[in-house]
Ligand binder design. Structure first.
Ligand code: HEM
Length: 330
């Protein structure tokens, strides 16, 4: 039996002896199973990125989300420390500003734009108007298309241009606004020297915006749906409940390296206690994601002149449904 190649040394051990002789071992939670890996051994890139390369492939292979090497655990720990160093006040002021800007473009834009624009703003990107939010959304959508299982050369290249432009913008923010809350927290607690190289640092800095994009829009979209159904602004606990009920990431994927070739396994997250994942790859952005959604919903509740959101068909992705709303301006 083999484990993930270079699996993080801190990965939980496989279950030990059964509690009483002869009793079967309890099944191991797939998210804690060291034989279930993020990528098949020897295949750090999905086929479209392997075939077409470019900046998206370069960041993908460095993302913590895609790695099980020995450096994953220490790098994840430093990133987690940086995210924990953000204060609620900083998150509140950036979220409220992005929520107010996004509402100028109406409901169809709002729940998509607020999560990623807030992270970008906390990193010091100049998210001063709807045009900046739309440009960020366009880059993130290009990345999503390039990450598709059947992405062609054109999609991977367009995604590569988006990645290059976001990496440049983040380098620029580091020079121009090193005291922006999340930029400062990263430079203080997870600086480039704590990563294998600067490229790994910058790839994972970009990953913070990327990871907040679809999952954040799913959670905030479901919060808007719940608010318009019940009239109550969801509390943090209610947001967690929404995520548990499938209103965020519903499933994740692993490769079972006990099989040859490794078998793709779908692991449920909806209707479990761990909608933000568990084990080595548990979401380090859970607190930030919940705070952003809660603060954005509280901002909504303070607005007296909004037209009600009208839901249209959600965007159905393999791992989540993202609520969408009719184009409308308040
Ligand atoms: C500010 C927003 C967010 C940030 C910065 C963020 C960041 C991250 C990062 C860096 C990872 C990779 C961790 C690793 O592999 O070691 C991750 C994983 C994950 N995130 Fe988030 N995330 C955010 C929002 C969300 C939201 C809203 C959800 C919805 C429930 C979510 C669910 C997850 C899950 C389930 C995983 C683990 C995936 C797996 O194990 O396969 N994240 N997140």
């Amino acid at each position: 039996m083999t484990g993930c190649p270079f699996h993080a040394v801190t990965a939980p051990a496989a279950p030990t002896a059964p509690e009483s002789p002869g009793a079967p071992s309890p099944p191991l939670d797939p998210l804690l199973d060291p034989q279930l890996c993020m990528r098949p051994p020897g295949e750090p890139l999905p086929a479209p990125l392997r075939d077409h390369g470019g900046p998206l492939a370069a960041v993908f292979s460095r993302w913590l989300r895609q790695r099980d090497d020995d450096a994953h655990a220490p790098q994840k720990a430093t990133l987690t420390r940086a995210l924990l160093a953000l204060s609620e006040d900083e998150v509140r002021s950036h979220t409220r500003r992005q929520a107010a800007i996004a509402m100028l473009a109406g409901w169809s834009h709002w729940s998509w734009a607020v999560p990623a624009s807030t992270v970008a703003s906390l990193l010091g990107l100049p998210m001063a108007d709807v045009a900046a939010q739309r440009a960020l959304q366009a880059d993130l959508r290009a990345m999503a298309a390039g990450l598709g299982a059947t992405a062609d050369a054109a999609a991977v290249q367009a995604a590569g241009r988006a990645v290059a432009s976001l990496l440049d913008a983040l380098d620029d923010a580091e020079r121009r606004a090193p005291d922006a809350p999340l930029q400062w927290a990263l430079l203080r607690h997870a600086p480039p020297e704590r990563w294998s190289d600067r490229a790994t640092f910058t790839a994972n800095r970009l990953a913070l915006i990327w990871q907040s994009h679809e999952a954040g829009a799913a959670l905030l979209g479901h919060a808007v749906m719940s608010w318009s159904r019940t009239g109550e602004v969801p509390s943090r606990e209610a947001l967690m409940r929404l995520a548990r009920e499938g209103g965020a990431v519903r499933v994740t994927r692993r490769f079972d390296v006990r099989d040859d070739p490794p078998r793709a396994v779908t692991v449920p997250l909806a209707h479990t206690d761990t909608p933000f994942g568990d084990g080595a790859h548990r979401c380090p952005g859970q607190g930030l994601a919940l705070s952003t959604a809660q603060i954005a919903m509280a901002w909504l509740a303070e607005q007296s002149d909004l037209s009600p959101p009208v839901a249209i068909a959600p965007l159905s992705l393999p791992n989540m449904d993202i609520p969408q709303f009719q184009e409308s301006t308040p």
